[in-house]
Write a protein that binds this ligand. Structure first.
Ligand code: PMP
Ligand code: GLN
Length: 381
């Protein structure tokens, strides 16, 4: 037997893979893993089908397809007022996951500390640990999940290398306000701390809230990487195409790793996205598109025993089952799948020490009929 000395001894398979196993076995209504239950825009698929020129089927350049990078630069400047050079400050990535992993690989050294707000999406901490870095966890407490900036200030040390923020936030659906970003700016000013701002849900934000990208704040933008995902924005999670943006010197350092990590990503998708992104309607209509779904879902579960406040952003709604059971959330989810035919994600998968706040996460990026069936089950509990 070969002896394996694991670099991630505490890590198993992700909660999404775990729950998907039950989904395959029991075929519940699936509001668990975050992906749209409907097809992407046919015109985007059509763009992909139109990619016929010879070069598009060979390697793209290191930063990515020029048309796509230019379209991203234009969109970012228009929306957030910050200019990123398409050649030297934007890199197309294999989804936001690869961007996040590569950023952490490029900048986190042994014993560096990285501040992570919990609950947190699951790909940050393992990537920090693989570099020999130390995640410093700061809790955002249920049910409001606000950041305590005084605590952040107290947790900063000479070893703090990076702070990771995520707005709109997976799994809680909260969004950071302008004041949050100003606090972050104040805390980091004059330091060498980098910011990784995970903004994959930038276009899924509700009730006329404004997405507070770090790009809106020049003093934050100068120390930040922004990660985005076409999977989330254009309902194509399976394409695994995203991008990151950062000032030139940071991006040059990032690319030292990226070039050996993937070098470049699926070129035909980049070509298709480059053309599709020219039309701003494709992303500007997303808040109302998803708000309609959120409102439909929440209206349909109005009479249930679950407690909630409407999610502010992302296509996730958290519901508290406090009134219904004392069971651990992981047990409750498995029972819900097996006995009631409904799948969701236990929020303890993302909390510090897997603390169980009796919260479940439901993905409402689904057809009305699916949401209606899910609501019937939720109301019956
Ligand atoms: N960050 C967050 C907060 C996410 O929810 C996800 C999942 N989409 C990712 C990053 C990874 O995005 P991608 O699928 O583009 O790798
Ligand atoms: N981002 C998706 C979610 O939060 C999952 C992606 C994955 O399975 N890694 O549901």
């Amino acid at each position: 037997m070969i002896k394996i000395s694991s670099k991630l001894p505490g890590v198993g398979t992700t909660i999404f893979t775990e729950i998907n196993r039950y989904v395959q076995q029991y075929h519940p209504i699936n509001l668990a893993q975050g992906f749209p239950g409907f097809a992407p825009d046919p015109s985007l698929i059509n763009e992909l089908g139109q990619v016929k020129d010879k070069t598009a089927h060979q390697y793209a350049s290191l930063g990515g397809n020029t048309t796509l990078c230019e379209a991203i630069a234009e969109k970012t400047e228009k929306l957030y007022g910050q200019s990123y050079h398409p050649e030297s400050e934007i890199t197309i990535t294999a989804g936001a996951t690869q961007a996040i992993f590569t950023i952490l690989s490029a900048f986190v050294q042994k014993d560096d500390q990285v501040i992570v707000f919990k609950p947190a999406y699951d790909c940050y901490e393992p990537a920090i640990e693989l570099q020999g870095g130390k995640p410093v966890l700061i809790e955002m407490k249920a049910p409001n999940y606000q950041i305590d900036w005084e605590e952040v200030q107290q947790k900063i040390t000479s070893k703090t290398r990076m702070i990771i923020i995520n707005t709109p936030h997976n799994p809680t659906g909260t969004v950071l306000t302008k004041n949050d970003l100003l606090q972050l700016q104040k805390i980091t000013e004059g330091t060498n701390i980098l910011i990784l701002s995970d903004e994959v849900y930038e276009h899924i934000i509700f009730d006329h809230r404004i997405h507070q990208s770090v790009a809106r704040f020049p003093k934050l933008a100068e120390r930040s990487f922004i990660t985005c995902s076409f999977g989330k924005t254009f309902h194509i999670t399976g394409w695994k195409v995203g991008y990151c943006m950062a000032p030139k010197a940071l991006m040059a350092e990032y690319r030292k790793v990226h070039q050996f990590n993937v070098f470049c990503v699926h070129h035909p998708s980049q070509k298709a996205l480059g053309r599709y992104l020219q039309n701003p309607d494709h992303y500007l209509q997303l808040p109302s598109f998803f708000q309609e779904k959120r409102d439909f879902f929440l209206e349909a579960i109005q009479g249930s025993k679950f407690e909630f406040s409407p999610t502010q952003g992302t296509y996730f709604q958290t519901l508290s089952y406090r009134q219904l059971s004392d069971e651990k959330d992981t047990d409750y989810v498995i029972r819900l799948i097996k006995e009631k035919g409904l799948a969701c994600i236990p929020v303890s998968a993302f909390t510090k020490n897997h603390q169980d706040d009796k919260m479940l996460r439901f993905c409402f990026a689904k057809e009305r009929d699916t949401l209606k069936k899910a609501a019937e089950i939720i109301n019956s509990l």
